[in-house]
Design a protein around this ligand. Structure first.
Ligand SMILES: [Zn+2]
Length: 176
């Protein structure tokens, strides 16, 4: 559901998720961030740590869910809201459903991996025993801008590294 008006609190929580995305970018991880809110308090937060941990499962949402479950000492996050900067993937949608999170706000869509609206509609599939209320679009521009500049910088770095490599090859004297 594309929501157009948001409360001050909802904006604040998505800004916190964007802050998490920035923390990922600082350490060269894909800039996606998430927070989980319970009783108007953030009880879990996370950003991508896939590269640093060499762990394919360490997406922002999974880390936020793990922390929230530890905080509440429960695997059920029934009265919680999850805010994430980019549309969740299949794995994260699965985690959201398993944690019974009732409400998800995401910023920008992910046409290549999104499993909430783009490729699949997992969170609102009525065949599952848990369905989620979804609102998309909050700070979408800010969220996707972070991804665009991250990948742009990464491409630039790769290009520069290739160029340096080529130069090193041409200036190295042949050894016979
Ligand atoms: Zn994910």
């Amino acid at each position: 559901m594309h929501q157009t008006t948001y409360t001050v609190a909802q904006r604040h929580y998505m800004q916190e998720a964007l802050f998490e995305a920035d923390q990922a970018a600082i350490i060269d991880e894909v800039p996606i961030g998430a927070v989980i809110v319970h009783d108007d308090q953030i009880i879990g937060r996370g950003h991508n740590l896939r590269e640093h941990a060499n762990d394919a499962t360490l997406h922002a949402e999974v880390l936020a869910i793990e922390e929230a479950c530890a905080t509440l000492k429960s695997w059920r996050l029934e009265d919680c809201q999850l805010y994430v900067t980019i549309e969740p993937c299949l794995m994260c949608s699965g985690a959201i459903i398993n944690a019974r999170i009732p409400t998800v706000f995401y910023g920008a869509p992910d046409p290549k991996a999104g499993a909430v609206d783009s490729l699949y509609t997992t969170l609102t599939d009525s065949r599952l025993n848990h369905t989620v209320t979804v609102a998309d679009g909050l700070y979408a521009t800010e969220a996707s801008q972070r991804l665009v500049s991250f990948f742009k910088a990464a491409r630039k770095r790769r290009k520069a590294a290739k160029k340096a490599q080529r130069q090193a090859q041409t200036t190295t004297p042949e050894s016979h």
